[in-house]
Design a protein around this ligand. Sequence first.
Ligand code: KIV
Length: 304
Amino acid sequence: MKDKVTIHTLKRLKQAAQKICMVTAYDATFARILDEAGADVMLVGDSVGMVVQGHESTLPVTMDQMIYHCMAVTRGAKRAHVVGDMPFMSYQTSVEAAVRNAGRLVAEGGVGSVKLEGGAEFADTVAAIVRASIPVMGHLGLTPQSVHKMGGYVVQGKDEQAARKILQDALALERAGCYALVLEGVPTELARQITQRLSIPTIGIGAGVDCDGQVLVCYDLLGMNPHFKPKFVKRFADLHGTITGAASAFFNEVRAGTFPDEDHSFHSKTLRLVASNAPAPGSNESSEPAEGAEKVGPIYGVPV
Ligand code: KIV
């Protein structure tokens, strides 16, 4: 394993003009695979509410759910820096609540930093979390927790005034101590200007190629949902096709009675069926494995 990525690595990558690769993850198995594939940053996004829980927005996601997913991802990610998203209403009500909840993501979830949505109005919140020694990633532009305020998931900063506001927010978040900034759903031209003006890295999603790095939701880049194809998503695989193909092959073999075959079955040379409810002579009530017990090994594909 190469050295663990830290917030300082990310700053160095920006200075060296090397792109930062960020991806979302929600469980240990995906985290392990994406880590092995070379992710620099793994975001336990509140997008979990949509792609895993099936909600129409990220708003129903709770702190306890985020901690649960952060714990799983941090077990799988060995090299990548893991960021925990602060869910809706975990930081908006007070600075004190924000620091406490950021602390829970680090202490209980095991993440190396937290991410929150919003601009200059959250500068004090960001500064307080950073004062507690918890690095903060900002998130500007299309901020999904503000879906009702935005009137839907729409590209932000398209006119001069809106763009200027996002640029000012970006500068305010940098001053407040953010170590990086997600720019979502903004014009390429605006993201380029913000990236040039900031010394901290920008990570784009639907923000053009000039950001210091890029992030996509893992289910989107892997093509898990053939019905979801927004302009900013590129499918790098067709896992929907792969999974439906594999699962239907399994179902066909089950229905045909050809699975499990001999290669996937266990046998006993000594077993005699006892035609009674009475315990068989010498039956062992304890859970201790019998002499010569055939070990299956780990069951279910646990990450190693
Ligand atoms: O929740 C999330 O997955 C995100 C990314 C899309 C940036 O915030």
